[in-house]
Design a protein around this ligand. Structure first.
Ligand code: SAH
Length: 263
């Protein structure tokens, strides 16, 4: 490890990637191995937790829809307290910490307490999802924009998104936390002018052994997500860039995969 990369009493927010330990950065692996204490999310899988040093503490602060989890302020204060005790703290987050990862709150809490905090990026779920499906998030001359959007509404609130902007035909939508709202998303996009024939890709457990790849059209999105368990992370990708290539066969290297083509 480079000198002073991880001094005692400091915090690293580390992107754990989509799940496959081979999709960690080398830096993330080094930081995980060097930590005295690791606070990790529910989406961080066992293969990655195996890389934590034998003497390090592992603390789940898991958030998964519908299950009990520590609230954000509790997580912020646990991280800060561990650093102030002089520990090397890793806060391990699914995907990239900068994307729907509550990173701003944790950075602010560390800085307010005078704790040094740094960020190690990770591969985000949208990248992993299209890689598994052998496709791309952008497409030259067709999909010039990529919008990362969360379709998770606060409890009791309606989904308040800029539908006309999202319906632009030259844009790919990478929708995080979108399973529950899939029917609303499809209906609103079509109402705002996006074609019901727009290709959609749903990737469940991207990069993990139980990955599933489901293809279809915007008009069938609500139906496509019906079989997905609320506990399995799913990416919804909408746009011409993910049009199926009939010659593509997904890699079989990491277990059962399923490709359903609903045209
Ligand atoms: N920071 C993370 C996103 C956190 S929000 C990232 O950059 O990937 C959590 C959402 O990410 C999940 O609800 C799901 O929509 C998506 N997600 C995370 N890991 C995933 C995976 N392995 N497969 C599919 N979707 C995933």
């Amino acid at each position: 490890m480079p000198h002073d990369e991880f001094p005692a009493g400091s915090v690293w927010l580390v992107g754990a990637g989509p799940g496959d330990p081979d999709l960690l950065t080398r830096k993330a692996e080094r930081l995980i191995a060097a930590a005295d204490i690791v606070f990790y999310d529910a989406l961080v899988g066992p293969g990655i937790l195996d890389l934590i040093g034998a003497r390090a503490e592992q603390i789940s602060v898991g958030k998964r829809s519908g299950r009990h989890s520590k609230d954000q302020r509790t997580i912020d204060s646990l991280i800060v307290a561990a650093a102030l005790e002089g520990k090397r703290v890793v806060r391990l987050k699914g995907g990239d910490p900068a994307i729907f990862g509550r990173t701003a709150e944790e950075v602010t809490a560390c800085r307010a307490a005078g704790v040094t905090v740094r960020i190690c990026p990770g591969i985000t779920a949208a990248s992993a999802a299209v890689a598994s499906a052998g496709t791309s998030l952008t497409l030259r001359g067709v999909a010039r924009r990529l919008t990362l959007v969360t379709a998770h509404a606060q409890a009791g609130a309606t989904l308040d998104l800029d539908w006309p902007a999202l319906a632009a035909t030259d844009s790919t939508l990478a929708i995080y936390m979108g399973r529950a709202a899939a029917a609303t998303v499809a209906q609103q996009l079509v109402a705002a002018g996006r074609s019901p024939d727009t290709p959609v890709l749903v990737v469940v457990n991207a990069s993990l052994p139980n990955e599933r790849i489901i293809r279809g059209r915007l008009s069938s999105l609500a139906f496509l997500v019906e079989a997905i368990s609320a506990h399995d992370p799913a990416m919804l990708i909408v746009g011409e860039a993910v049009e199926a290539d009939p010659t593509f066969a997904p890699a079989q290297s990491s277990g059962v995969r399923e490709g359903i083509l609903i045209a």
